[in-house]
Design a protein around this ligand. Structure first.
Ligand code: NDP
Length: 481
């Protein structure tokens, strides 16, 4: 067997590849099931070693001028762009996502984050607060060692989105990718070293949830940033609370996309497809509850079925492929169970279905009710549920009737209504006449059960730093004693 994606070793600690001392971690190509790399988990001692080297290296990194730290990130972004094709192919092997997506979405978005935060470096300042004589100034300090834990849908983008703001602020990071997709973060670590990052500032440990749990509770870790499911988020948040650690939680959702009668039909169909089928539906912010107003619904469904029928499903390395395999058989089974529940509860299957093997085709249910499982629970697969509505108030009320609040979208030509509905929807990220665009310039994150904290934009800096106030007395000390 040729291991076509075998890295130099499984972990990256203190500026070098190191073999893991824990259990075997075979990496499979989701399209064929073939083992493409043989990795090993980190042992508990190696997790401790990674946080210890990070703790030792961090003060000297934090002592550099911010612009010097920024320069390292900018160089790393440059290297990523130069190796774009090779990295896209590796991402496709790791995730099974079509090459036409990994070329434009995954590493390119990671490089954007490194450029954005690299460029922001020189603007990282505190405040001066005059008190009429005395004054206060603030210092924005790094937190120290940050733990990053990633999901499998955008492994390299997630690693970059967490590393870039953490590192530019002067923190060190220990990152644990999902066990399903361990390869991209190792590339990032090596690229950062090549770009001039000092040893120990960005480390990668591999492993299943237990390795993540050891990392979260390591006494040297000051902050945990997790991208994952709500259930994992609740466990990790609770574990982090013991040490009063800072957290960023980027979790799941069941986001609404509300399409009014006056929307551009073609754009609305495009957005609904992007909101459900990109990355084979494995996107946290997907608008999986598509509320379509009564007057446009049948036309919308007809056009949707026509366009979904043309989606090219198959070999992810084929440049024409638009829809790849599901990450693994367990996840494919969960998606099929959700489709079966939709049928059992009486929703109308417009197109798609359970598929076979690694593939679940783009699937659309209509005539669904809010109480059905397919309309309530995150499926994390290519399953769209179309719901009807009559009035704006009704759409808002039903869209918000969920414990989640990651994202939401509204399609209308009436801009006043667009802003009114965007304001009323309970979500951290909303779009008007667009969907699932997450440029690094914009804050991204959830409300309610979908998470706390924000990634991207200047807002992310606040989540990788703490503020110290320095009160400066300019006169005598006035004491009542
Ligand atoms: P999981 O919640 O299963 O896992 C997320 C990460 O946490 C993995 O690296 C996992 O390791 C690790 N982990 C699991 N248990 C623990 C623990 N007790 N302590 C520390 N770490 C642990 O999510 P998936 O990987 O299945 O990703 C899908 C989910 O992620 C969906 O719900 C999706 O909505 C959400 N997501 C959210 C995004 C956002 O930005 N809001 C973006 C992308 C996905 P391992 O996999 O090795 O078990």
């Amino acid at each position: 067997m040729t291991l076509i994606a075998q890295p130099a070793a499984s972990l990256y600690i203190n500026g070098a590849f190191v073999e893991g001392q824990g259990d075997a971690l075979p990496v499979r190509y989701p399209f064929t099931g073939e083992v493409i790399a043989e990795l090993h988990e980190a042992s508990v001692a190696q997790v401790a070693e990674a946080t210890a080297v990070a703790e030792a290296a961090q003060p000297a990194w934090a002592a550099l001028r911010p612009v010097e730290r920024g320069r390292v990130l900018l160089r790393a972004a440059q290297i990523i762009r130069e190796r774009a094709e090779e990295l896209a192919r590796l991402e496709t092997l790791d995730t099974g996502k079509p090459l036409q997506e990994t070329r434009v979405a995954d590493w390119p978005s990671g490089a954007d984050a490194l450029e954005y935060f690299g460029g922001l470096a020189a603007t990282l300042t505190g405040q001066a607060i005059p008190l009429g004589g005395d004054f206060v100034y603030t210092i924005r300090e790094p937190l120290g060692v940050c733990a990053g834990i990633g999901a499998w849908n955008y492994p390299s983008q997630i690693a970059c989105w967490k590393a870039a703001p953490a590192l530019v602020m002067g923190n060190a990071m220990v990152f644990k990718p999902s066990e399903e997709t361990p390869l991209g973060a190792l590339q990032l670590a090596a690229i950062l070293t090549e770009a001039g990052l000092p040893a120990g500032i960005f480390n990668v440990v591999q492993g299943r949830g237990a390795v993540g749990a050891a990392l979260v509770t390591d006494p040297r870790v000051a902050k945990v940033s997790l991208t994952g499911s709500v259930a994992t988020g609740q466990r990790v948040y609770a574990a982090a609370a013991e040490g009063m650690r800072h957290v960023t939680m980027e979790l799941g959702g069941k986001s609404p996309l509300v399409i009014f009668d006056d929307a551009d039909l073609e754009d609305a169909v495009s957005a609904a497809m992007l909101a459900n089928f990109y990355s084979t539906g494995q996107i946290c912010s997907n608008g999986t509850r598509v509320f379509v107003q009564d007057g446009i619904r049948e036309a919308f469904l007809a056009r949707l079925a026509e366009r979904v029928g043309r989606v090219r499903m198959g070999d992810p390395m084929d440049e024409e492929t638009q829809h790849g395999p599901i990450i693994n058989p367990v996840q494919a089974g969960k998606i099929r169970a959700a489709i079966a529940s939709g049928l059992a509860e009486g929703a109308r299957l417009v197109c798609g279905g359970p598929g076979e093997g690694a593939f679940v085709p783009p699937t659309v249910f209509a005539d669904a009710e809010d109480g059905m499982q397919i309309a309530r629970e995150e499926i994390f697969g290519p399953v769209m549920t179309v719901l009807g509505f009559a009035s704006e108030d009704e759409a808002i009320r039903r869209a918000n009737a969920t414990p989640y609040g990651l994202a939401a979208g509204v399609f209308t030509r009436d801009l006043a209504r667009g802003h009114r509905v965007a304001a009323a929807l309970q979500a951290g990220t909303t779009w008007i006449n667009a969907y699932n665009l997450t440029p690094v310039e914009a804050p991204f994150g959830g409300v309610k059960l979908s998470g706390v904290g924000r990634e991207n934009s200047a807002a992310a800096i606040e989540h990788y730093s703490q503020v110290k106030s320095v009160y400066v007395g300019m006169g005598g000390v006035d004491a009542p004693y």
